[in-house]
Every structure is written in structure tokens, then in C-alpha cells.
Unconditional design. Structure first.
Lengths: 315, 352, 55
């Protein structure tokens, strides 16, 4: 881990000094345990702020759009796939980016740790293999692989797919993980059970839109929920309107989602919002053999036509 | 002001008794976190909780609140008339609210109960409540109430302050409303060790290590802080969600919407947030706070400068730390507040 | 459609068809099948906002 961090700093320093980029986008140490803050570095003397550990779950591809600078960005596997998606969708130009790829071993599920240890958590130290959790008067060690975000635990694309240089050796990809276990469980339910499952899932939603805003895919100048002429969705706490927001948001991510988990991580009330996008990811994979952001050379299935596209839903 | 002692063995009975005179609300654990809920028969508040995930401001200002209903059906005698939705104003007892959250209502009250205008919805709800606070013996690491004009044993805004003292609660009555509630619950044994509260208060306060500095905010030139260069850095990571404002006990902004179906409808008041572009969008299409940095700056300027200037009564923050804990990208109001308080335009050397 | 059914809309309530303006008989057939299958399901009681519901 600290090896990654040193290498990231070294690369950032070189790029800023030789003027090949205007800014480096990475993470700096946060003010809370298990929180790092996305930041930009413009001056070589600030490079020391950059950190890397298993609390860098925010997707930095979200910070690259609508900027004029030449940018170096620190990117783990999922971030790099979102960068590919941005390039395909003409949101950013490849030549304006210098991608510092970070082979990733998964991000820690901070919500799980907080719900287990409470808000009185003092410090969480990460030694690469284990987490040392400090609470009032005691300390506990957890194996990191046991407390990964659920999307990371089931990730099969940990290595960046697009990069200019790497911050460390490529890591072995996980095999034999079941990416769609929860989707399969819901698929087996009756329509009434499914309805109830999502009713319970969404009941704590406060419509803060953290899920939408944390997502690199959600870059519309005006989101459909913010349109007022016409107004597509009611803006109250009505459960039908809340559901409409969530599943329409998911539809907009069909064939684009990299399952980076940023939405779920951002949610202040712990809703498993990936339950919507995971279903679409599974469909994209089963129907079109498609995983978003793996290559610059192929158009996504939903913006291109192929004669053998499955169409048995049309009757 | 009197201090009573309540044996924890008699606690549940008192709560049940109070239910005959009040609707009793208290913290209960739902899914992973605590939330204030109306308690049914034999349901007890969980007095061992740390704090609720979201603030209890929704008790007074619900996220969605029906204000009026109307119909355009001319066969009805009341057609084309806005009819006020009657609020439930039965007496409510809010048991176990944290002192910071109760104090927050007083800050918000300055807005909803101004000399010129009073908001009837907010005031009716607020006035129907009796607040029985639970002092914080073990504050969270993100609590900074003591330097935000509040504290773990803060009394302003409460009708009764409860202090957990092992096998019993010490209950300090602070208002007539508080006395009435204690009587309704049948808690009437006076404590002989009321002096203990002061020592526990000091112990709790000394446990709060996290502090902000606000002493120079008022004297600062508004435009100097407004134009300060640090906002770009502060706002960079912000994703412009509404988590900070929606979890905040002192954020009060709202939006009014009509929802129609056929020829009947309802006028609703929904929470809104200065983080959202739509919040300031004009009918012309012009948006005076169209950029993310402007919206982030607005939130902090409102809480820590405009409010201070307008009411001359401290900052619009009680130091509960929710926005710090819940922010998806770790924007920390403590850091921003200190930056604003320390900012000196003459000393600023902007990066070329 | 898959996601709609995944979140609890009954199969058969939402249908897609591609009908050319020249295919009048297909149009009639589709309308008949769709109305029959939706009638068999009964009224939509879940994804249907009658009036705003707030807690």
C-alpha cells in the first residue's frame, strides 16, 4: 500500500515539475477514520499530501469532466473503466489525461465497520492486510478481505484497463466470484415479493441524490428529476416518486455502469442502490456479452445496432 | 428548577403513564440506525443510543408537509378554495433528544418565528412538543458542540434535562412544560445529589477534543471571505448532493409544490437544499449560483457569516457533527470554519 | 422491461411491439392480446400513484 503511495507521489512530482500536466487529481488524508478526500494538486510542493490506501473508494473519473486543464489522475480498475466510458461518450479527451493506474485490492466497507463499532470509532489503521480498529479503550484487528465493499469483494477487474503508467505490479484478478448473487436471489422472488423488497430497500431514502451525484455516469446538465417543465417526477417523499427516481436513474446507467460502488458508498442512509444497476449489468453481460469500459475500440450495445441483438422482448 | 431522581426500574412505567397525556416519541433502532418514532403501547425509547442518524428536525418540519388541499370540481361547495391541512397538534413528548438537536430548534425558530412573520405550520408543531433531553456522557469524536455555542449538557431549548447516572436518571425540570410532563409520568422523588450533574457535565465537556474558532467571523468583511481563494480547494471534492443540508438540524430551506390529480390537488412543502442547482434557478433560465463552488460557499457563508451578521447571536450550527460523518467526500465544516475565521486577505499569497 | 419486472411489475403488464402502419391485422391482434393479459392481471395496485403519500 505505502509502495503505491510513494510511487503515486513520485509520478505526480515528475509530471508537475516537467509541466506535462497542470494538475494531479488524487486523494488526500481525510479528517475521519476511513475517509480520504478527493483533491487536486497544482504545485510540486503539495504533492506530499497525496495518499493511497483502502479508503479511496470514491470514483475519481467523476472529477475529470468539464475541465480545460491537462490532468493526471490516479485510477484504480473501476475508475479506469469509467474513464474509458467518458472517452467513448466524448466527455473527455484521452490526450488531455495522464492516467496513473493503481492495481486495486478492494476498498473497505466503512459503513459495515461503523455499524459494528458505532460513531465513537477513534481510528482505523490499514497495514495492507489488516485493519486495526481503535475505539474507546480497546483495539481490534480485522482481516481486510473480510470487510471489503460488496462490489469489491465480487470484482473481477481490479487492474486498470487504460493507463500511462502503473503505481505498482498488476494484481491477480479474482476468479470464481459470484457477481450477481443478490440479483439472482431477487429474480427468484414473486412479483409481490420483489415489489416489497424494493419498498423496504428504499424506505430510508431522503432524496439527497448522493447516489446520483457520486456516479461518474450522471453528468446530464439537468437531471430528469430536476426538470420542471415538464416535471417528470414528483419531488416529495412519496414512495412511488422515490422509486421512479431510483429505477430511472439506473436505466440511464444501463450498459455503462462499471459497478464501482460509488453510489452505495455515498448513500448517507445505507441503501444498497447497486441492486438496481446490478440487474442491468447482469442483463448487459448475458444479452450482449458486454462489460462497460473495458475497451476504447467497441461501441456500447445500447448506442449501436447489430443484426444478432437479442430482441425477443418485442412481441 | 428542581432535580428529580428516576429509578430505571420505574422508567418504563413512567413512560407508559405519560402516554395517556402525550403522544410519546423516542429514539428507536430501525435497520442499522436510530430514528425518532412515535412509540406505541409498551414500546420504549432506547436511551442507550448515541445519536440518531439524521437530525430530528423532521418532527417539526417534515421532509414533505401538506399545507393546503383544493378542488376545481364545481359541484363541490368548497371548489377553488385553498383549505388548510389541519396539523396534528396533540401534546407530544420527545424523549431522549440530544441537547444539540433541541438547541438547533431555537436557531431555526429565529427564521420561522420572526417579529414580522410567523410560520404557523412550524410553530404549531414546535409548540405542541415537550423536549426531554438526554445529556451526552460520551460525546462522539466528531462532536464540537462546546465551541459551537452548545454543549453535551446544554439546557436551552429543553423542557427537561435527563442525566444518565447508572441505575437511575437525574431529571432537571427547566420549564413549566417540563414540570407538567414529569408530573404526568409520576416522576416526583426529589434527588438529594443534584450537585453531581455539574461534575458530570464538566467531565463530558472535557471529553470533547474537537473545536472550532468563530471569534473573528463577525468582524470579517463579508466580501473578503466571499472572494477568498480557498473555496476552490474546499469545493473541489463536493459532489453537490444534499446530504449535509438534509442531515443538518439547523438547515431549514424548503420548496413549495402543487401536485394535482384530475381536478383535485395538494400543496406541499418539501425540504430543499442550497446544494442543488434548481434551488436558485430563475424563471428566466439564469442561475445566480450555477457553479458548484458558489453553492458550497453559500452553505458555509450562510451558516457561519450571514447568520452571524443577521442575528448577532452566534453561528447557525450546534456542532452535532452529522454533516462531517455523513459527507460522502469528507468536507469538514470544522476545517472550513477555521479557514474562514483565520482568513486574512492581506496575508494571502495566491498561487500564480 | 427486465428491470421493471425485476422491481415487481407483473410479467405481462408491460409489453413491447413493433407494428408497421401497414400491419393492421397485427395491430388488432396485439391490442387484443395485450388487453386480455392486462385484464387477467387486474388493476395495477402497486406502481400507481393515486395521491401523494407521505409518512
Amino acid at each position: 500500500m505505502s509502495g503505491y503511495q510513494d510511487k503515486i507521489k513520485e509520478v505526480a512530482l515528475r509530471l508537475l515539475k516537467d509541466g506535462s500536466v497542470d494538475m494531479v487529481i488524487g486523494f488526500r488524508k481525510g479528517t475521519l477514520p476511513m475517509m480520504n478526500e478527493p483533491c487536486f494538486i497544482r504545485r510540486p510542493e503539495d504533492v506530499h499530501q497525496l495518499v493511497w490506501d483502502s479508503n479511496c473508494g470514491i470514483n475519481l473519473a467523476n472529477y475529470l469532466t468539464d475541465r480545460k486543464e491537462k490532468i493526471a489522475v490516479v485510477a484504480k480498475g473501476c475508475d479506469s473503466r469509467n474513464i474509458v466510458t467518458h472517452i467513448i461518450e466524448n466527455k473527455i479527451k484521452r490526450e488531455n489525461l495522464h492516467i496513473i493506474g493503481v492495481p486495486c485490492q478492494g476498498m473497505v466497507d466503512k459503513r459495515r465497520i461503523i455499524s459494528e463499532f458505532g460513531d465513537t470509532l477513534l481510528d482505523v489503521a490499514d497495514d495492507g492486510e489488516n485493519l486495526k480498529i481503535k475505539i474507546h479503550g480497546s483495539e481490534k484487528s480485522l482481516k481486510k478481505t473480510d470487510v471489503l465493499q460488496s462490489n469489491c469483494a465480487a470484482c473481477i477487474h481490479r487492474n486498470p484497463v487504460l493507463f500511462d503508467e502503473l503505481a505498482g505490479e498488476l494484481v491477480p484478478e479474482q476468479a470464481g466470484v459470484d457477481r450477481y448473487a443478490e440479483v439472482n436471489r431477487v429474480e427468484a422472488m414473486s412479483p409481490q415479493e420483489k415489489w416489497q423488497y424494493f419498498e423496504d430497500l428504499l424506505s430510508p431514502c431522503i432524496r439527497c441524490y448522493a447516489c446520483r451525484n457520486a456516479c461518474p455516469l450522471c453528468y446530464c446538465p439537468t437531471c430528469f428529476v430536476d426538470e420542471s417543465r415538464p416535471q417528470w417526477v414528483g419531488k416529495s417523499q412519496d414512495p412511488i416518486d422515490i422509486r421512479t427516481f431510483h429505477f430511472l436513474r439506473a436505466y440511464h446507467c444501463a450498459g455503462r455502469c462499471t459497478d464501482c460502488g460509488a453510489c452505495e458508498r455515498a448513500c448517507p442512509v445505507g441503501i444498497k442502490v447497486r441492486q438496481f444497476t446490478s440487474k442491468l449489468n447482469k442483463d448487459a453481460f448475458e444479452m450482449f456479452g458486454w462489460e462497460a469500459g473495458m475497451t476504447l475500440d467497441e461501441r456500447p450495445p445500447l448506442d449501436t445496432y447489430k443484426p444478432n441483438d437479442p430482441n425477443d422482448f418485442i412481441k | 428548577m428542581k432535580v428529580f431522581t428516576i429509578d430505571k426500574k420505574e422508567w418504563a412505567l413512567g413512560i407508559e403513564k405519560a402516554k395517556s397525556a402525550y403522544q410519546v416519541l423516542g429514539p428507536v433502532k430501525e435497520k442499522e440506525w436510530h430514528c425518532f418514532k412515535a412509540l406505541g403501547k409498551d414500546e420504549q425509547p432506547d436511551m442507550t443510543y448515541t445519536n440518531t442518524r439524521l437530525s430530528p428536525k423532521f418532527l417539526v418540519q417534515p421532509q414533505t408537509e401538506p399545507m393546503f388541499t383544493y378542488t376545481l370540481d364545481e359541484s363541490r361547495p368548497d371548489h377553488h378554495i385553498l383549505k388548510e391541512v389541519q396539523e396534528d397538534v396533540c401534546p407530544k413528548a420527545v424523549i431522549g433528544i440530544r441537547p444539540c438537536d433541541a438547541a438547533a430548534f431555537l436557531l431555526v425558530k429565529r427564521n420561522f418565528d420572526a417579529p414580522q412573520y410567523q410560520d404557523p405550520y412550524w410553530l404549531k408543531a414546535y409548540n405542541s412538543m415537550t423536549f426531554v433531553g438526554l445529556a451526552c456522557n460520551d460525546p462522539c469524536p466528531t462532536c464540537f458542540c462546546t465551541s459551537a455555542g452548545c454543549g453535551p449538557f446544554h439546557e436551552a431549548g429543553l423542557d427537561v434535562l435527563l442525566v444518565d447516572s447508572g441505575d437511575r436518571f437525574l431529571a432537571k425540570s427547566l420549564t413549566d412544560k417540563g414540570i407538567a410532563l414529569l408530573a404526568a409520568a409520576g416522576w416526583n422523588s426529589l434527588a438529594d445529589d443534584a450537585g453531581k450533574i455539574e461534575a458530570m457535565k464538566q467531565a463530558a465537556e472535557s471529553r470533547i477534543a474537537s473545536r472550532i474558532s468563530t471569534d473573528r467571523l463577525k468582524a470579517k468583511e463579508t466580501t473578503h471571505i466571499y472572494d477568498a481563494p480557498f473555496w476552490e480547494d474546499t469545493a473541489f471534492s463536493c459532489i453537490n448532493c444534499g446530504t449535509c443540508t438534509y442531515s443538518c438540524p439547523t438547515c431549514w430551506c424548503f420548496d413549495i409544490q402543487d401536485e394535482n390529480r384530475g381536478n383535485t390537488g395538494v400543496r406541499l412543502r418539501n425540504w430543499d437544499s442550497c446544494m442543488f442547482p434548481l434551488f436558485t434557478m430563475h424563471g428566466t433560465g439564469h442561475n445566480p449560483r450555477g457553479a458548484k463552488m458558489q453553492r458550497v460557499r453559500q452553505r458555509f457563508m450562510h451558516k457561519l457569516k450571514y447568520y452571524v451578521d443577521k442575528y448577532d447571536n452566534g453561528i447557525q450550527c450546534v456542532g452535532c457533527g452529522r454533516c462531517i460523518r455523513l459527507c460522502p467526500v469528507n468536507i469538514d465544516i470544522r476545517k472550513v470554519c477555521n479557514q474562514m475565521n483565520d482568513y486574512d486577505p492581506a496575508a494571502c499569497v495566491c498561487p500564480a | 422491461m427486465n428491470l421493471m419486472e425485476h422491481m415487481g411489475i407483473e410479467p405481462g403488464r408491460l409489453q413491447f411491439s413493433w407494428i408497421s402502419s401497414a400491419e393492421s391485422t397485427k395491430f388488432v391482434d396485439v391490442v387484443k392480446t395485450v388487453t386480455a393479459s392486462v385484464k387477467a392481471l387486474g388493476p395495477n395496485t402497486t406502481y400507481n400513484k393515486q395521491a401523494v403519500k407521505v409518512a
